[in-house]
Design a protein around this ligand. Structure first.
Ligand code: SIN
Length: 332
């Protein structure tokens, strides 16, 4: 059943029927002072400790987050775009300019790409005067890994195969983990997936981590994905849901080991190169949460943002974060 639904949404020859794809914003109606779900697919989740949470630059105050669960997939939580426009630009730029660089691992084959491209494809993409080379780098799905590197062949993490986990990303993930009651969550492995429109990620479960009970945190930026969440077996019919720019999805509890996939990326947003007004950033946030302050500032400048905007115009980026070790373990 999972594969059949995947094929239907992936189909290139006809436009798929999208009427069953869950769009969270359409499932909730505003009451007098509270949002209610007008169907039984999506439920509002209130976060109890909002007052004690300190947000970080680019992320809205936790009291303004809109957090939902999917009733037929216990453990799936979606926070609808808790980022500001500057925050979304910051993380998109981090994913493009900084994360796919040595010592992080990227999926560029050494037989097909020079070392200069493999060590920093974003730089080479922007230096490319040759449209063919540009397409070769950009048009396929790319990924980069850091922290513990996932070995896609053996599906095993290795103590010796690690690169540093960025502090700002660790802080970002820590904020959402704390908000949802996972204060002990340790972000130890990240996979960033770069999806051009037309690319897909087929059905799989994430079970390589020795720790299979810690939740998985997923951040989406850029164009919209149709995301399929199924059950523990491929026999179960999955639910299709839109993941939009800025959405944070958490796969926890029962859903942590469920099948999921991305059969389609839909272009929903035009590129925005407008300059941004300086965000009112609380100095306390800047002090306690590590971010690249120059980048946070620069992404508001249209000239600086332009190459990133061009890339995001027909792409989606997903940052997927896992805890690898079991509590108490210091090594694999
Ligand atoms: C993944 O399962 O690794 C990525 C999911 C996504 O792109 O939303």
């Amino acid at each position: 059943m999972f594969k059949l639904v995947f094929k239907q949404y992936k189909c290139k020859s006809t436009s798929p029927d999208l009427t069953e794809v869950v769009k969270i914003d359409d499932c909730v109606v505003k009451g007098n002072d509270q949002e209610k779900s007008d169907n039984n697919i999506v439920q509002r989740l209130s976060i109890s400790n909002v007052e004690s949470l300190q947000t970080m630059p680019g992320v809205k105050s936790p009291k303004d987050w809109r957090t939902y669960t999917l009733t037929n997939h216990p453990g799936i939580i979606v926070i609808r775009n808790p980022f500001s426009e500057r925050g979304r630009r910051y993380w998109s730029a981090r994913c493009l300019r900084d994360f796919p660089r040595t010592p992080n691992i990227v999926n560029l084959n050494e037989r097909l790409f020079d070392e200069s491209v493999r060590s920093d494809w974003w730089k080479q993409l922007n230096l490319c005067s040759d449209g063919v080379e540009f397409q070769r780098i950009k048009s396929a799905m790319r990924w980069t890994t850091f922290g513990y590197h996932h070995n896609w062949d053996t599906k095993i993490y290795d103590e010796e195969m690690q690169s540093p986990f960025p502090e700002d990303l660790s802080s970002l993930c820590g904020l959402f983990a704390q908000a949802l009651g996972y204060a002990d969550f340790k972000p130890e492995a990240a996979i960033v997936n770069y999806y051009p429109v037309g690319s897909t990620l087929s059905g799989h479960t994430d079970h390589s981590e020795p720790n299979k009970s810690a939740p998985l945190f997923s951040f989406s930026f850029g164009q919209t994905a149709i995301f399929l969440i199924g059950g523990r077996s491929l026999e179960e019919k999955p639910t299709a849901i839109y993941l939009q720019s800025g959405d944070v999805m958490i796969m926890s509890g029962e859903s942590r080991l469920c099948y999921h996939a991305v059969p389609r990326i839909i272009k929903t947003q035009a590129s925005a190169t407008l300059s941004l007004i300086i965000e009112d950033v609380d100095n306390a946030d800047i002090k306690t949460r590590t971010i690249d302050k120059d980048l946070f500032h620069d992404v508001g400048n249209p000239q600086f943002w332009e190459p990133f905007s061009r890339y995001m115009d027909d792409s989606r980026i997903n940052i997927n974060i896992r805890q690898v070790l079991n509590p108490g373990d210091v090594k694999l």
